[in-house]
Design a protein around this ligand. Structure first.
Ligand SMILES: Nc1nc2c(c(=O)[nH]1)N[C@H]1C(S)=C(S)[C@@H](COP(=O)(O)O)O[C@H]1N2
Ligand SMILES: [Mo]
Length: 406
């Protein structure tokens, strides 16, 4: 948006400034022409992302991290994946931003300015893990349509905001409330203002948790535009699609919210296991709630080479939706035997946990290090793929890296 404004009133000198070189035949350039170097938006600059991020789609923007970019305990903005279902809202005016709470199950509809939310309610800060329901989709066979996420559609940032519960208590909620649904300011790809790119939500029990926030800060600063500035609902441990960016309205529903991407096969998996490729009727699909146990080796990068006789220090993160991770193990023999990793407690509920281990290799050659987390109910990650599902959700297979000992 900044770019477009700039181009309207641009002069040769200003083009040259951005390109970083004089446009030698600039006077011959047709008027109104935008140099090629500036026609392609640079998504890494536009969104302040690490240039090793991988762009999966540009309309809408979708970009994922690579495992080694997620090494920090709290994910910095430059490594946070972008998942947009529509176009980023234009011309956001945070000073006049409002949030309306409405729906069948509010006693009375109420609207707050962003300033009121900030001044009236207590602020809370939590580290919260957000993973796209489709993270890992690229491995399913038969393949599923949609962004082909590998491992990088997950992050744990620190969010600051007010509790959704505190706001709902101020509004007054009826006893028949079952679900909340969000409505946001992003623009449908068709640019039809009557259509919403996405409008999801969660049961009231999730709305009422301490950690469910109406957030206005990420990692101590204003939320970056592409991640939901100036207001976002954050529901850690659930598919990140529940955490609506550019939040304008929350509806308290007396039915399961039926907004865009709540119905049909969106963010749903077969209620009972199905054979790969099988057609599943909509009524046999269940809404994804808490995300399954999973982990990621963030150091070293896959492909690392190590001198014989040295120990390899590995590290990464593990998370388990609403649950805690109870145990973290690694294997260097394709899962035949497992050794325990050191595992830290979460900083707070719904934050990912950090693990590390010192790995010994018996001789020179090729190895794979596989990492496996087990949640507090005793459920572990599958070594390879979990059950196939039509939309390719919930692939929580063990993360694996290749290591060569020379
Ligand atoms: N308003 C709005 N909120 C949204 C989305 C969106 O397209 N529009 N995408 C959802 C999905 S599917 C995911 S995975 C997360 C991605 O959050 P991120 O871009 O901060 O990584 O945002 C969710 N919230
Ligand atoms: Mo998502």
């Amino acid at each position: 948006m900044q770019r477009r404004k700039f181009i309207k009133g641009a002069t040769l000198a200003s083009f040259a400034g951005v390109i970083g070189a004089e446009i030698v035949y600039g006077l011959k350039m047709p008027s109104g022409y935008v140099p090629l170097a500036l026609q392609e938006p640079d998504p890494f600059k536009m969104f302040d992302k690490n240039t090793e991020m991988v762009v999966l789609n540009d309309k809408p923007w979708n970009m994922e991290a690579r495992a080694h970019l997620l090494d920090d305990k709290v994910t910095p903005n430059e490594a946070i994946f972008i998942r947009n279902n529509g176009l980023v809202p234009e011309g956001i005016d945070a000073a006049n931003w409002t949030l309306t709470i409405d729906g069948e199950s509010v006693r009375q509809e109420k609207t707050y300015t962003l300033e009121e939310l900030k001044s009236k309610f207590k602020h809370h800060t939590y580290q919260l893990t957000l993973e796209c329901g489709g993270n890992g989709r690229s491995e399913f066979d038969p393949p599923a349509k949609g962004n082909q996420w590998t491992v990088g559609a997950v992050y744990c940032a620190e969010w600051t905001g007010v509790r959704l519960r505190d706001v709902l208590e101020d509004v007054g909620i009826k006893d028949d409330a079952v679900y909340f649904g969000y409505h946001a300011a992003d623009i449908h790809l068709s640019r039809d203002p009557k259509k919403e790119p996405i409008s999801r939500g969660a049961p009231m029990a999730k709305a009422m948790q301490d950690e469910t926030l109406l957030a206005f800060k990420m990692n101590g600063k204003d939320i970056p535009l592409v991640h939901g500035y100036p207001l976002r609902v954050i529901a850690g441990g659930w598919p990140a699609s529940v955490s609506g960016k550019w939040l304008q309205r929350i509806s308290i529903r007396n039915i399961v919210h039926d907004g865009t991407k709540m119905t049909g096969s969106a963010y749903r998996v077969p209620c009972k296991p199905v054979a790969p490729g099988e057609k599943v009727a909509d009524e046999d699909m269940c809404i994804i709630e808490s995300m399954p146990v999973k982990s990621l080796i963030t150091y070293p990068k896959s492909g690392a080479t190590l001198a014989k006789g040295k120990k390899l220090a590995i590290r990464g993160h593990a998370w388990a939706g609403e649950l805690e991770v109870a145990k973290m193990e690694y294997s260097i023999d394709f899962g035949a035997t497992w050794k325990t990793c050191k595992l830290e407690k979460p900083v707070n509920r719904l934050a990912w946990q950090h693990f590390s281990a010192e790995v010994d290799f018996p001789q020179e050659g090729y190895y794979e290090v596989w990492a496996k987390a087990t949640d507090s109910k005793g459920v572990s990650q599958p070594m390879l793929l979990p059950g196939w599902n039509p939309k390719g959700y919930l692939n929580n297979a063990c993360h694996r890296i290749a290591v060569k000992i020379v």
